[in-house]
Design a protein around this ligand. Structure first.
Ligand code: DP6
Length: 351
């Protein structure tokens, strides 16, 4: 039996507070605007990936949440493999003593401990984990920002999951995408008082994928052009300043405004895309009412109906009890499971 080389890693989920929506290059995954997210702790939500390489394997194979999936049909996965193998091949060319891993077939086994494709950023943690695990297997001497350029080609939002804390994806300008990468704005230790709560409104797979939805928006929405040019550049600066100053009311206001505008842009798409539902809208109304005398919580929604609530730690118990009051079955009913999350802890195994 030939030698087996193996690496296993986990990677966290990130939830954007300035949303990425739209690509200017769909194969390299270059965005139409910069974005910013908070990386959640891996304690409750993460992807875990094991990769083995061996001369005994005759094809590349992938198992996702226990089911075998085709690799060849998945252009993005093929791109991540091609990029990391090429980097390994150049290391091997420089150092003849290194085992020739770049030519070996691999078996990839990946799982999420939360619903896949329900607007809970599974592609973000999934591709961050794939690329990070490949970099460990191939012993690539790259930092997290360099790896983010590869992870971005798996799924745009994945580039931000290579860091803990507060992370910007700078859209970049170059046609080859080398400057479209993630950078850490502040580490996970910066704002220990900030917490996130995830309200699982539905764990069903979403109707319109982010990938399809955002390109329909790019094609048809005039509001997106306004967002890209007139709104996001200033909002990125304001958000970075609010995070550095740990100014929760400002952070919350910007987060809610950006979520609202993202869903307005979805409605402006033709035909329109609806990600939030009646329960999501009820959560928005409850948080708005709760904030009436001062901003104490922020909601945000990605490409699905599930709410993520950001708030200072001291408000979380109150928010939980208010939401449980309006959704009394929540603690017992799968229609609204509330999961408390702490966004400060960086993934073990990530740089
Ligand atoms: C609404 O990263 O899933 O969550 O690059 O096509 O894989 P692809 O899209 P994806 O889109 C995420 C969209 C979002 C906003 C965000 O995370 O910034």
């Amino acid at each position: 039996m030939a030698a087996i080389f193996e690496a296993t890693c986990t990677a966290p989920v990130n939830i954007a507070v300035v949303k990425y929506w739209g690509k200017r290059d769909t194969s390299l995954i270059l965005p139409t605007n910069s974005s910013l997210s908070v990386t959640l702790s891996q304690d409750q939500l993460h992807s875990k990936t094991s990769i083995r390489a061996s001369a005994d394997f005759s094809t590349d194979r992938l198992w996702l949440n226990g089911h075998e999936e085709s690799i060849e049909k998945n252009k993005r996965l093929v791109a991540c493999l091609r990029e990391t193998r090429a980097l390994r091949a150049s290391l091997e060319a420089e150092n003849a003593a290194l085992p020739k891993l770049s030519g070996l077939k691999i078996h990839i086994c990946s799982e999420n401990n939360f619903p896949t494709a329900a607007g809970l950023a599974s592609s973000a943690s999934g591709y961050a984990c794939l690329v990070y695990t490949l970099s460990k297997l191939f012993e690539l001497p790259l930092n997290a920002s360099d790896l983010s350029v590869v992870a971005r080609q798996g799924s745009g939002s994945a580039c931000r999951s290579l860091f803990g804390g507060f992370v910007a994806w700078e859209m970049g300008e170059k046609a080859d995408g080398s400057d479209s990468r993630a950078v850490q704005i502040a580490p996970e230790t910066h704002w220990p008082d900030l917490q996130a709560m995830i309200c699982v409104v539905s764990d069903e797979k979403k109707g319109t994928s982010s990938t399809e939805g955002m390109q329909l928006t790019v094609k048809t929405s005039a509001l997106l052009q306004h967002r890209i040019k007139d709104v996001v550049p200033k909002r990125m600066d304001d958000m970075i300043a609010a995070i550095h100053a740990k100014d929760f009311p400002k952070f919350a206001e910007l987060t809610m405004q950006d979520s609202n505008q993202f869903h307005a842009v979805c409605l402006d798409t033709y035909p329109p895309i609806f990600y939030i539902n009646d329960i999501s809208r009820a959560v928005i109304r409850i948080i708005t009412e709760y904030n009436k005398d001062g901003v104490k919580a922020a909601y945000t929604f990605d490409a699905g109906p599930n709410a993520v609530i950001y708030a200072p730690k001291e408000n979380m118990a109150e928010i939980y009890s208010i939401l449980s009051h309006y959704f009394p079955g929540a603690a017992f009913d799968d229609s609204l499971n509330l999961v408390k999350e702490n966004p400060q802890t960086i993934a073990a195994g990530l740089p």
